[in-house]
Design a protein around this ligand. Sequence first.
Ligand SMILES: Cc1cc2nc3c(=O)[nH]c(=O)nc-3n(C[C@H](O)[C@H](O)[C@H](O)COP(=O)(O)OP(=O)(O)OC[C@H]3O[C@@H](n4cnc5c(N)ncnc54)[C@H](O)[C@@H]3O)c2cc1C
Length: 298
Amino acid sequence: MDIVNRIIAETLPLVPKPIVGYFSSRYIAGETIDDAVETTRRLNAQGACVTIDVLGEHIVHREEASTYAEHYLHILDVINAEKLDANISLKPTQMGLKLDRKFCLETIGKIAEKATGLNNFMCIDMEDNSCTEDTLWLYEQLKDSCSVGTVLQAYMRRSDADLDRLIPHQVNLRLCKGIYVEPYAIAYKDREIIRFNFLHLLERLLQSGCYVGIATHDEFLVWGALHLLKKLEVPKDRYEFQMLLGVEERLREILIRDGHKLRVYVPFGMHWHAYSVRRLKENPQIAGYVLHNLFKKN
Ligand SMILES: Cc1cc2nc3c(=O)[nH]c(=O)nc-3n(C[C@H](O)[C@H](O)[C@H](O)COP(=O)(O)OP(=O)(O)OC[C@H]3O[C@@H](n4cnc5c(N)ncnc54)[C@H](O)[C@@H]3O)c2cc1C
């Protein structure tokens, strides 16, 4: 399967844009804020809350970061005006992390302040290992004055130590496996070790009283999380499950039905094509999921 996925991913840039669009449409709300609002309304009506992401990473000019920041400020106004049950997620490299981390902090800081003023929330997504330390730094700079959270990746060997650093501050953290292809020296590669580390980190977070976003579609981990929530008698306002748009919708519905808070990650934007191709190249396994979803009987 790995070889098939890799071939699909490598040849993807040659595939005509409408075909990539067809494959991606299940996972991306569309190109405009109206598309994101429509998807959010539909999900809210189904009992799910949302986090909205404007597609785009690794900008090269400060002006681009400022443009993305304007988008996010506008989205916060729209969420407020339309009374949507949604917050925002953004990527530090989209806000200039690779240009200058102080500039990035200023840019993200304005969005975080606005989110806080509107009683909303901003999650700083975690990117590849070249960003980990700076992302935690950004989070630490903002967490006392703003309503912000960040992400911990269970495949990173350092995550347990990062928790030692974060837990005393009663953080708001999303826990996920991690999407980027990282070297063995710094990241677990074995699927089962990543699963066990996920549950280990989750148990530590839940015991500490932090707010946790349990971001997975892996039913083994959902089962493990439900078991921990029950064993540790975690109140419903201390956690939420999180899933990506278009992925494992039946599992999502079961969690909502059983009374758990569930948030769907809704990406949208003009850069959906570059994003889809890059993501599929970064993690060829996703290409396999896409094909599987296309051909499986629901
Ligand atoms: C809300 C949310 C936010 C995230 N934020 C980050 C982040 O900030 N940084 C980061 O590195 N990673 C992030 N991720 C991605 C995450 O790290 C994993 O790569 C991804 O969730 C797949 O892992 P899994 O736990 O679902 O398990 P897997 O075993 O990979 O997936 C379980 C099943 O879910 C389905 N599935 C999973 N992913 C997809 C997909 N993309 N398309 C189609 N089907 C799929 C497949 O059927 C698969 O068998 C996020 C994930 C979610 C849900």
